[in-house]
Structures are given as structure tokens and as C-alpha cells.
Design a protein around this ligand. Structure first.
Ligand SMILES: [Zn+2]
Length: 695
């Protein structure tokens, strides 16, 4: 049965070469059937509740469903075509309904309770016990304790939420793909780097047009905003990107306004059905932070410490724009441009100059060398089918040559690929009857690819992004937990997820690491030390404004899920009022009235970061402090690396993130390192993170 459906082949690497949209419906249907049968089998099993009678019988069916559905979701995100999108959206309601149904199944819940309360529980190892505890929590969050009416209501809410989140992403992707701005004369692109111009010419030529095609994809949008001398061109791109998927966007079909209101309404309904006052409270049940008030206090404290630095930066920028660039009214679309000009004048620093030193192959070799040195593993290219010719596949092996995990690298931006950079778990580590299933990760970025036979060169910012995603990948791949559901990132509190990723970013500022991954485009020479010193000098210019911007996003996210009451009756009459209020409180840079960035804020409206965006800063306190131990003992110390892997990366969700941190660092996290890394050393930080209690 199903032998001819490559989506159901779990014997080796995923058959991306054979999987077609037509395989999705029948394949996922078959996996849903067997997962449902497995649950039914356990629910009806009358034997004493043990791991082998309650958990083990469903493990493989769920693993296969997760993997195959993960493949479909991944293809939908990275090679989005009408056929894949239709196949994904056709199955999404069925998959959602399945998970909602089993999460509410009172008989299955009773079997887990019996296991947790029975004699067999003491025989389980730490990961198994944690899996059972998490399952009980998730049954409660899934509505297993609700009345029949409550269950029906919750199911309707969760199914609609899943569909709307997917549509939110589709609208952003469609409006981004549809937008283009054509420029005929090269002089209109004055200031824009040559490689960006060459790529824009190639994009236009691919459509049979003369001139240059500008898009909102990062490899084009970012450098145009940084370097285009034509102020009106910058304003055009800024407006287009700030109005994506909004009432001011290109098409009412892609307007996310109504979706945002409905998503917030549904989340509020979900929270109340489950006995929480609001969605923020519900979201924090699975996080380190305990209450919305604790998160708000953390963000406001960060804002207060950052503000003087950000104000000074903004004054500097506006004065420089006025006096040196003849821009008397520095606007949102001037900031990146003025920032680059100021860094060039004050620090003799140019991101484009630095970029000439970072060819793709050297960067990857340098990244892998760091990982090989501190963790004692090796990273080698390997072969497996992929979803696009630009994608590569690698293996990580330990010192004995034993396979640890595998990952795919999809670095370049292209049409039909969701913007941003992320890591997704493709396969989770687990051990079944002494057979180990190795973890696999998908690493996705949106960098400029090779043009006209010239290899890709990355900006230092892009190098940092790659290190960030690779940090997530290592969390997934270096785990030693044998229970899927607790291995890798699974079961880790969401506000600790950004610890391993932001930790890796620190290596992009270490001379010994950085200098070895450089070779100049023309001369092949490594990065000169003097240029690195200028990078360091320029590093923290703008970090105050950047920090405040993140705090603004995080505050909006927390307040819109706690103090805005959908349908009326709260402090705010809409999400927009929340944003206005947050901007009054923390923002320094004025934003134009057309700014609709929340309409494309997928992290919060279509992703797992809802009432959790603060997690970037929350986890950065820990990642900076974790790195400070490497700074004390040697940034490439294999000894400290082994300890970081043992106590943090390998542990998965077997214990709380705070406990893992303390085991590694020897004390709770402190804010000092984060402030120091951002050049904000004026105020010493006391301990800010409380989170889950140690037990
Ligand atoms: Zn991340």
C-alpha cells in the first residue's frame, strides 16, 4: 500500500526529487488514518498504563505524520507554486482537525493520567517523564477537560485560526511577489552597489525587459534603502514595504486588516475557553516568563536603559543628515542611508567594502571550523535530493565518524520563497528498539545568490544571520535525547529558543574566527586587521535604535494580546491604537502615517511568536551571558564548548532552560553581558529573568 507515494518513503533522505503536489492529499490522508488508528488502539487498551502501552504505540505514526506534513509545509514556504499552495491549504483543515480531536480525546487523556499516576512512572527516564508531563499540560491546553460544548467551540476556533494564519502568510508573499519597480537608466540607481545593479538587470532581462527590476526581497530592498542616492526612490520602496498586505497595499485581495482583527478575536476566545483572562496569559503557560506583567516590566526596563543611547544616535543621524547630506527632515526612508554615510564618515566603515571579503565558500568553511573546534564534530557535504538546484546537503559526524545529524542549506532569495531566515526541524532524533533516528534540519536564508558566474558574497550582517540560523540547527542536531517530543528544540520554552541562535552570532565579532573566513573578491587577501577595528568601532552605532525598535515590536505584541480587548471594552479600540500608544512610549524615530508594518508581521500573526516576540530579547540576555564564559575562558575552548553542548544544546526539553543555563554558567543570567556587547555599559544590570522555578 502507498508504496508508490514518495511522501511516504521514510527509509532515507526525503524524496524531494519525486514528491509532487498530487502526492500530498493521498499521502497525508493515509498518515492521518494510521495515526488515528494508533490513538484508538491506545485509548481502548485495557492493560496497565506503561510507556509501552500508552506512548510507544503511537510514536512512529506521529513521527511519520509530522515529517511528511513538515515536508509539505516546507515546500509551501520555499517553492510556493499555486499547486503546492492548493495542496497544502486543502489538507491544512484536516490536519488541524486531527490534532484538535486527539488533544481533546478524554479516553487517551485518561491513559496518560493513569501512566503519570501509576507505578510505572517511576521507571521512566527524565525525558520520558517530561514527555508525559508535557502531554498532560497539552491535553489541558487542548481542551480535554472542557465540556462537550466547550470542546466544539474550541475546535472551531483552532481550526479557523490555522486557516487564517496560513492566509496571512499567503497575502504577504503574494503582495511582495507582485510588487516591482522598473528603472530604465543606470544613473537613477546612483549609489547602489554594482552587484545589486547586476542582479536587478538580470531580473529584468529574465522578463524580456530592458533596464532594472527592483523588488522588495531583501537582497534588493536592503541595499537600495542603504545606498540609493535618489531620495524619492528610497521613499517609493519604503512605502511599498511598509504597506504590504494592508488597506494601502496593491490589492484589496491581499489586505490583512480584517484577518488581524479576526485572529485577535479568536485568540481571545481560545484563551477564555481555557480559563485564561487573555491570550498573553495562555501563551506564557509554556514559557519561562510567568505573567504578562513580568514581560512588560522586562521590556520597559530594557527600554529605559537603552533610551539615552538611542536618543544620542538619533540626534547624531539627524544632525549629520542636515549638515552633511542636505536632508533637513530626516525621514524613515533616510535612516539606513544616512546611517551608512555617517559610518563611512566617522569610522571609515563601509558594509560594501567589508562584503568584498566574504565569499560564500570561505564563510561556510569558517562557520564549520568554529563548530568543529568547539564541539569536536566534523561537517561534510553529502548528497540527497533537494527541492531546488541551489540547495545543498551536509552531514555532521562525531570524532569517531559516527553520524550525528544532517542539514539542508537553502541560502538564496527567489520568487515564491517566503522572506526572512529560519530553521525548521525536518526529522527529530529518537531511538526506537535500539535503532537511532538521526535529526535533520532545514536552514533557510534569503541572500543574494551568484550572478553571472560570480560567487555569492555576503554582507557581515548576512554572515551573522547565517550563524544565527546555524545555532538553531545545532540545537536541533547536537541533541542527545532519544525521545521525540523532548529532543532538539522540542519541549524547550519558546522564550529560550533564541539562546543557541543568538549565541552563535557572537562569533561573527571574533577576530580569530572572522579573519579566517575572508578572501577579497579581487586580491584574495584576508580581512585586514585595521578594517576589522573599524567594523568594531562602527558596530554599536545604531544598536540603541535597533534595540528600541525590537522593544517596540515586543511591547506591541504583548499589549495587543493582553490589554486590547477584541470587540471593545478595553483601553484600546483596535490594534492600531495599541501601536500608537507603544510608539508614544518607546519610539524615537517618527514613522509616516501610512506605516502598516503589523500587516506583514508574520511572527506574531502567522507564527509561533504570538505573545512571545519578547523572547528574542529575553533569550539574548542568556545568550550574551553564556558567551561571556567563552570570553573568559577562550572563545574557541573545546572544554567550554563541551560543557555548553552537554548542559544546554544536548538537553532538549528534559529540563527548564533556566536550569540548563545555571548548570552551564554556574549562576543565574545577568544583563551585564548583553549591555556590554551593545556598547551600553553605563548601567549595570541586575538579574532580570526569573522564569520557571528551579526544581
Ligand atoms: Zn532565531
Amino acid at each position: 500500500m502507498n508504496g508508490d507515494n514518495p511522501l511516504l518513503d521514510f527509509t532515507g533522505p526525503t524524496r524531494f526529487d519525486l514528491i509532487r503536489p498530487a502526492h500530498v492529499g493521498p499521502g497525508i490522508d493515509a498518515l492521518l488514518r494510521s495515526a488515528r488508528n494508533a490513538v484508538e488502539h491506545v485509548a481502548q487498551d485495557m492493560r496497565p498504563a506503561t510507556w509501552d502501552s500508552v506512548v510507544a504505540p503511537t510514536e512512529t505514526a506521529f513521527d511519520h505524520l509530522d515529517r511528511a506534513w513538515g515536508v509539505v509545509g516546507h515546500l509551501n514556504a520555499v517553492v510556493n507554486t499555486p499547486a503546492i499552495r492548493d495542496a497544502y491549504n486543502a489538507m491544512l483543515p484536516k490536519v488541524t482537525a486531527f490534532y484538535v480531536d486527539i488533544g481533546q480525546d478524554a479516553r487517551w487523556y485518561a491513559r496518560f493520567r493513569a501512566l503519570a499516576e501509576g507505578a510505572a512512572f517511576a521507571d521512566l527516564d527524565a525525558a520520558q517523564r517530561k514527555l508525559v508531563d508535557n502531554a498532560l499540560r497539552d491535553f489541558r491546553l487542548g481542551g480535554a477537560e472542557l465540556s462537550d460544548t466547550g470542546k466544539v467551540l474550541l475546535k472551531a476556533v483552532q481550526e479557523e485560526l490555522a486557516t487564517l494564519s496560513s492566509r496571512f502568510d499567503d497575502n504577504v508573499l503574494d503582495s511582495e511577489n507582485a510588487w516591482a519597480h522598473y528603472v530604465l537608466h543606470p544613473q537613477d540607481l546612483s549609489g547602489v552597489p554594482d552587484d545589486v545593479i547586476a542582479a536587478a538587470r538580470a531580473e529584468a532581462a529574465a522578463e524580456g525587459r530592458a533596464g532594472y527590476k527592483l523588488t522588495l526581497r531583501a537582497p534588493c530592498h536592503t541595499p537600495v534603502m542603504q545606498y540609493a542616492d535618489d531620495r524619492s526612490l528610497r521613499a517609493t520602496l519604503h512605502r511599498a514595504s511598509a504597506t504590504l498586505a494592508s488597506d494601502l497595499g496593491a490589492s484589496p485581495d491581499w489586505d490583512n486588516s480584517a484577518l488581524i482583527l479576526r485572529i485577535l478575536e479568536l485568540r481571545q476566545a481560545e484563551a477564555q475557553l481555557l480559563g485564561c483572562a487573555n491570550f498573553a496569559e495562555l501563551s506564557l503557560v509554556t514559557k519561562m516568563a510567568r505573567t504578562p506583567a513580568e514581560v512588560l516590566a522586562f521590556l520597559r526596563d530594557l527600554s529605559r536603559r537603552t533610551r539615552p543611547f538611542a536618543e544620542r544616535e538619533y540626534d547624531d543621524l539627524t544632525a549629520f543628515a542636515r549638515e552633511e547630506l542636505g536632508i533637513p527632515d530626516c525621514a524613515a526612508w533616510d535612516l539606513a542611508y544616512v546611517g551608512e554615510k555617517l559610518k563611512a564618515a566617522r569610522f571609515a566603515y563601509s558594509e560594501q567594502q567589508v562584503k568584498q571579503y566574504f565569499p560564500e565558500d570561505r564563510v561556510l568553511a569558517g562557520l564549520f571550523a568554529v563548530v568543529e573546534t568547539i564541539y569536536g564534530v566534523s561537517v561534510r557535504p553529502a548528497s540527497a535530493p533537494t527541492w531546488h538546484p541551489g540547495v545543498r546537503f551536509f552531514e555532521i559526524r562525531d570524532a569517531q565518524g559516527t553520524l550525528v545529524g544532517q542539514f539542508y542549506l537553502d541560502l538564496y532569495a527567489r520568487e515564491g520563497k517566503q522572506s526572512g531566515a529560519w530553521m525548521d526541524d525536518a526529522v527529530n532524533r529518537r531511538c526506537v528498539q535500539d535503532r537511532l533516528q538521526h535529526p535533520v534540519a532545514w536552514l533557510t536564508c534569503n541572500f543574494a545568490g551568484p550572478v553571472d558566474g560570480r560567487p555569492a558574497y555576503f554582507t557581515h550582517r548576512e554572515v551573522t544571520t547565517l550563524f544565527h540560523e546555524f545555532g538553531h540547527g545545532l540545537h536541533q542536531l547536537l541533541t542527545r535525547v532519544d525521545v521525540a517530543g523532548i529532543s532538539g528544540l522540542q519541549g524547550v520554552e519558546c522564550d529560550a529558543i533564541e539562546l543557541p541562535s543568538q549565541f552563535m552570532e557572537n562569533y561573527c565579532w571574533e577576530w580569530d574566527v572572522l579573519s579566517r573566513m575572508t578572501a577579497h573578491a579581487e586580491t584574495g587577501a584576508p580581512l585586514p586587521r585595521a578594517l576589522f577595528e573599524r567594523m568594531l568601532a562602527a558596530r554599536n552605532f545604531g544598536s540603541g535604535l535597533a534595540m528600541l525598535r525590537q522593544v517596540e515590536f515586543a511591547l506591541f505584541d504583548m499589549l495587543v494580546h493582553s490589554e486590547y480587548v477584541p470587540g471593545g471594552g478595553g483601553r484600546y479600540d483596535g490594534p492600531r491604537a495599541v501601536l500608537d500608544d507603544v510608539r508614544c512610549e518607546v519610539a524615537i524615530v517618527p514613522r509616516p502615517s501610512y506605516d502598516r508594518f503589523i500587516h506583514a508581521f508574520g511572527h506574531v500573526f502567522a507564527d509561533d511568536y504570538a505573545a512571545g516576540y519578547y523572547g528574542y530579547k529575553w533569550a539574548e540576555v542568556m545568550s550574551a551571558d553564556a558567551f561571556s564564559l567563552f570570553e573568559e575562558r577562550g572563545v574557541l575552548s573545546p572544554e567550554i564548548g563541551a560543557r555548553f553542548r552537554d548542559e544546554v544544546l544536548a538537553r532538549g526539553g528534559t529540563r527548564g532552560a533556566l536550569e540548563s543555563f545555571v548548570a552551564f554558567r554556574g549562576r543565574p543570567p545577568s544583563l551585564d553581558a548583553l549591555l556590554r556587547h551593545n556598547g551600553m555599559v553605563a548601567s549595570r544590570g541586575e538579574l532580570l529573568l526569573h522564569g520557571s522555578k528551579l526544581d
